[in-house]
Write a protein that binds this ligand. Structure first.
Ligand code: CP3
Length: 326
């Protein structure tokens, strides 16, 4: 959950010199940032440094990361004509920098830890494309979903096709597992998820499973959606902290792995609190195989690095895992 980022001084030193898009698009820089957490902490995997919104740019939307505001897309998709104008990019051409980053990182870390690739899920990407940025209510998105069926279908189909091809290429470039981020899908009712979203996410997971590519399915605020998300697919289902981890696991199904679910804000507290909350999660899964300890969502920029380091070590000690020497 944002392994790299502003909480790390190594990251901030690079970030001072470059724009965010420039960092994503320069494979040497993106590879270096991907590796920073691997050098600093005993984490068990590396996650590609890129962003879920990059494919929207490749589809023809203008993407900017505005300081203090987050991502902005200045030409949002709200009509059928705008949806039909979206391109289905060839990832080698317009997202080649991401594939090159994966190749560089894989060369560096092969044999040490696995490398995770990722993409945004159709709903979360369609949400950004329609709203033109982040949103609290996703009111515009839901309006298109309910009232403009054809626009919704064209947009979701194009995003689905783009993401599917992109993830297959990421696996070919060296990602050993891919994560589909449906970060904002928790704003939907189970009924709407089943009707408007699940079939698209399912197409992506079916294809990945067919190609033998392991996949993680992540969302937040998804308590009551977990059975449907699990039905859509993913070998591992992500859960945020708004649900007990063992409850999330039974909702996702015992045949899946579970990822989660420490509240990232816990890392702002003093170490004894972090330790207690992490132990609580580990005690609830009772060492059962198939649990990936993680934060429930993205790490906060003000997080003390020492807590992250101690947390990674603590999880290994607690689970009796022999962790990497570094
Ligand atoms: O975890 C990692 O180190 C991998 C890199 C990564 C980034 N974005 C880099 C990034 C990953 C996996 C993402 C995914 C992503 N991006 C998601 C899905 C995961 C989630 O958090 O729900 C979403 C919704 C986005 C969209 C996005 N990108 C937003 C809303 C923002 C602004 C966030 C903020 O706190 O300002 C970004 C920018 C972004 N992407 C940053 C990073 C490290 C912040 C970087 C900076 O300003 O220097």
């Amino acid at each position: 959950m944002r392994q790299a980022g502003r909480y790390m001084s190594e990251y901030r030193r690079i970030r001072e010199k470059y724009g965010l898009l420039e960092m994503f698009k320069t494979p040497e820089i993106a590879a270096e940032v991907t590796l920073q957490p691997i050098h600093a902490f005993a984490v068990d995997a590396a996650i590609l440094f890129a962003d879920i919104l990059l494919p929207l740019e490749a589809m023809g939307l203008s993407l900017e990361f505005v300081e203090g505001e987050g991502p902005v897309l200045r030409n949002p998709v709200r009509s059928l004509k705008e949806a039909e104008a979206l391109l289905i990019p060839d990832p080698e051409e317009s997202l080649g920098y991401v594939l090159e980053t994966l190749r560089l990182v894989r060369r560096e870390i092969d044999g040490k830890v696995p490398l995770i690739g990722f993409a945004g899920a159709p709903f979360t990407l369609a949400g950004y494309a329609i709203e033109g940025g982040g949103s609290r209510s996703f009111a515009l998105t839901k309006r298109v979903m309910y009232e403009h069926r054809e626009t919704w279908e064209v947009l979701m189909q194009r995003v689905t096709e783009t993401v599917t091809t992109f993830l297959l290429k990421q696996a070919a470039a060296g990602a050993q597992v891919v994560q589909l981020f449906d970060s904002w899908v928790g704003c939907l009712s189970p009924s709407d998820y089943g009707q408007y979203v699940q079939p698209y996410s399912q197409m992506i997971f079916n294809r990945l499973a067919h190609e033998g590519i392991p996949a993680i399915h992540f969302g937040t605020g998804t308590g009551d959606l977990l059975p449907s998300m699990s039905a859509a697919g993913g070998d591992v289902i992500g859960a945020d902290w708004r649900i007990w981890i063992d409850d999330a696991w039974s909702r996702a199904g015992g045949d899946r792995g579970i990822q989660g679910n420490l509240d990232p804000a816990v890392l702002l507290a003093s170490w004894p609190v972090v330790e207690k909350k992490a132990a609580e999660i580990l005690d609830r899964v009772r060492g059962r195989s198939g649990h990936i300890f993680n934060l429930g969502h993205g790490i906060l920029p003000q997080t003390p690095v020492d807590n992250v380091k101690r947390l990674a070590d603590f999880v290994h000690e607690h689970t009796g895992d022999s962790h990497r020497n570094h």
